[in-house]
Write a protein that binds this ligand. Structure first.
Ligand SMILES: *[C@@H]1O[C@H](CO)[C@@H](O)[C@H](O)[C@H]1NC(C)=O
Ligand SMILES: *[C@@H]1O[C@H](CO)[C@@H](O)[C@H](O)[C@H]1NC(C)=O
Length: 376
């Protein structure tokens, strides 16, 4: 304890001596009782001549902060060289400057690593908007650098004028994301397609513009046999108006019970009413597993292979032959085969009792009556 007091005392003396020397301008003489290099401050530095490595007792050093950092408010930025050759402890700290919250982005949003010096903000645009400008800003000493980007709405192509109708006028510079365009047709014209289309997020329209057509269907003639119309008597029909059919007692419907006036002013094929009796008689006269013995007369005579006995193998075989025979006979065979397979399908359909709900599309009145005639 005594020794410490003595050191302090002699230190004070030395300090006095040093100060006297400094004041007299005789230069600094380094003696014991000096402090060494001042301690480091995070994100700051001592405001001294960097070449100076020792400091007399009583020296006060001020700290400053690096760029982007500021001294904590209300705390002394000074340290002092004490008589025991140690520096007083720091009370200050350097705090990163805040750039504040980034500006809000209309039709977009941002994410930040931090909003203080060194932080980065990244901007994003909402769906249907394109970012114009740089998508990032850095928090530098004086705030966010550069310029905040903007989110511009995606635009869609101009709409062409439509015939016999009106294309909606463009009320702004461009058609933009989520804009709706509603078309109208001139009187007596029917709008085919979507009345309203939308500009989508990727700059495409939700649909092609509609068409304006004159659509008028007439009640199909001749009327359905063994059935009747139960709704939509017509005789004229507008686009999409329907006729609904019903079969008479003892008859079964093949096809959709309702048909719709199409944009080509035509109804699709009306359903058929088939006698319940006819469809039960068929399998007894000609079973589905039983291959037909004779090829119906409609097929060209130069065709030998039976289409029902392993047709796949035959195709391979015949294809080989046909390659040699040439293109002409190939075409001939193709036509013949098509006839035969069609015929065969007709047979199995009538035999298997075609379900009402899903009639095959190519079942037609003609083949049916042909079959019936042949069978009886
Ligand atoms: C645009 O987006 C729609 C779905 O919203 C998609 O079906 C279409 O293929 C896209 N077109 C292009 C060119 O990307
Ligand atoms: C029948 O036709 C109508 C249109 O007229 C359609 O909406 C319906 O889906 C069709 N039904 C079947 C089973 O095909």
């Amino acid at each position: 304890m005594e020794g410490g007091a003595a050191t302090r005392l002699s230190g004070d003396l030395l300090l006095t001596a040093a100060l006297l020397l400094l004041q007299s301008g005789a230069g600094v003489i380094l003696v014991s009782g000096e402090c060494g290099e001042p301690p480091r401050l995070n994100d700051g530095f001592p405001d001294i001549d960097l070449t100076q490595t020792s400091f007399p007792v009583g020296t006060r050093i001020r700290y400053r902060c690096n760029e982007g950092f500021s001294l904590a408010e209300g705390k002394s930025p000074l340290i002092t060289c004490q008589a025991d050759s140690s520096w007083t402890a720091f009370v200050t700290v350097c705090e990163a400057n805040s750039c504040g919250a980034p500006p809000d982005l209309l039709n977009g949003y941002y994410k930040t690593t931090s909003v203080v010096f060194g932080g980065i903000v990244t901007y994003y645009c909402n769906e249907g908007y394109n970012l114009v400008g740089k998508d990032t800003q850095n928090c530098i000493a004086h705030g966010w650098d550069g310029r905040t980007p903007v989110c511009d709405a995606v635009t869609c192509d101009d709409l062409p004028p439509i015939e016999n109708g009106k294309t909606p006028p463009l009320l702004q510079e461009n058609w933009e994301y989520e804009n709706a365009a509603t078309f109208t047709c001139n009187p007596t014209y029917t709008l085919i397609g979507e009345r309203t289309i939308y500009c989508r997020a990727n700059g495409t329209w939700s649909d092609i513009p509609p068409k304006c057509k004159v659509v008028e269907c007439f009640r199909p003639d001749p009327p359905i046999t063994n059935g009747r119309i139960i709704a939509g008597l017509g005789p004229k029909y507008k686009y999409r108006e329907t006729i609904i059919y019903q079969c008479n007692e003892g008859f079964r419907m093949v096809g959709n019970d309702s048909i719709e006036c199409g944009e080509n002013s035509m109804f699709p094929k009306a359903p058929l009413c088939i006698s319940d009796e006819a469809s039960t008689v068929m399998p007894t006269t000609r079973g589905p597993a039983e291959p037909p013995v004779t090829v119906p007369g409609r097929a060209p005579t130069d065709q030998k292979p039976s289409p029902t006995s392993a047709p796949k193998k035959d195709i391979g075989l015949i294809l080989g032959l046909v390659l040699g025979l040439g293109a002409a006979s190939f075409v001939g065979f193709g036509i013949a085969y098509w006839f035969l397979s069609k015929k065969k399908r007709g047979n199995s359909e009538t035999a298997e009792k075609v379900p009402m709900s899903s009639p095959p599309k190519d079942v037609q009145a003609e083949p049916f009556s042909d079959e019936l005639r042949e069978v009886h």
